[in-house]
Design a protein around this ligand. Structure first.
Ligand SMILES: Nc1ncnc2c1ncn2[C@@H]1O[C@H](COP(=O)(O)OP(=O)(O)OP(=O)(O)O)[C@@H](O)[C@H]1O
Length: 249
């Protein structure tokens, strides 16, 4: 893992005391966190902890009851489209046009974002995202989840996004594909992109994240630098925090 970015930089993502309720259920309670340019942050938590809700609030798909979020100095509540223009989002399953090749998918989505790519540029981005050369011109219909993610990452790189959001990126990936995903995340980080990864995958956290936060029932229980912890310590910390009062969530 590369060195963490300087904490003196203005954070790309700033979440200020955000609360989100669904009816009488508190999905998030006064969540505050920041991610610096180039920093990879893993948001850990069991089912129902509030990870997806956090991503949806950042994307402006949900509105908080109180608090606010800034992405690269743009407030999501005041300028949701401006904020979203700075974000690339990789959902659990990246949707591609099945009849188009990787190059064509990337070129199409880049064009939607206002950027025209020639073939050489598209190939360079796909390679940077880790997609093998022989797959560049192949139809996406037969792509595995890992290959789709690589095209999704290339789309994020083409967009010049400043914040990359990943929702459970390694679920359903084999070890080799998960390792490729880590490499793609590192490529984004090297470009100065801040990365927020919602995950259950504790092993991947040590491998790729600079910092982690543990969310349980809408509360951020702790934040730690991963360099200070071994993979085993991350696992014990996670299990200890989640075991409070014998509750799993
Ligand atoms: N649209 C909704 N309407 C009502 N309740 C919701 C809605 N979305 C989320 N919740 C509730 O908010 C809480 C947080 O859910 P969220 O999906 O953010 O958790 P998560 O950490 O992403 O879990 P998972 O790992 O299962 O995706 C849960 O109690 C969930 O039931």
């Amino acid at each position: 893992m590369q060195a963490p970015p300087s904490p003196r930089q203005t954070p790309t993502l700033q979440i200020h005391a955000v609360r989100k309720d669904f009816g009488d259920r508190h999905a998030l309670e006064a969540l505050s966190m920041t991610i610096a340019p180039g920093e990879v942050y893993a948001l850990l938590g069991p089912n129902g902890a509030g990870k997806t809700t956090t991503l949806n609030l950042i994307l402006g798909f949900l509105t908080p009851e109180s608090g606010h979020i800034e992405v690269a100095d743009v407030r999501v509540d005041r300028d949701p489209l401006g904020a979203r223009a700075k974000i690339a989002y990789l959902p659990e399953t990246v949707m591609l046009h099945p009849t188009l090749s990787a190059i064509e998918n990337l070129s199409y989505f880049a064009l939607l974002g206002g950027r025209r790519l020639d073939e050489a540029q598209a190939r360079a981005l796909l390679s940077e995202a880790g997609l093998q050369d022989e797959a560049h011109a192949r139809r996406a219909a037969g792509f595995s989840k890992g290959m789709r993610q690589k095209v999704g990452l290339a789309i994020a790189l083409a967009k010049n996004a400043q914040l990359l959001l990943l929702d459970e990126p390694t679920s359903g990936l084999d070890a080799s594909a998960a390792n490729d995903l880590s490499q793609g995340v590192r490529a984004a980080s090297r470009r100065g992109i801040a990365v927020l990864m919602a995950t259950h995958d504790l092993y991947r956290v040590k491998d790729v994240a600079h910092r982690l936060g543990i969310l349980r029932a809408g509360r951020l229980l702790t934040e730690r630098h991963t360099a200070e912890l071994s993979a085993a310590q991350i696992e014990s910390l996670y299990l200890e925090l989640l075991a409070v009062d014998g509750q799993a969530a």
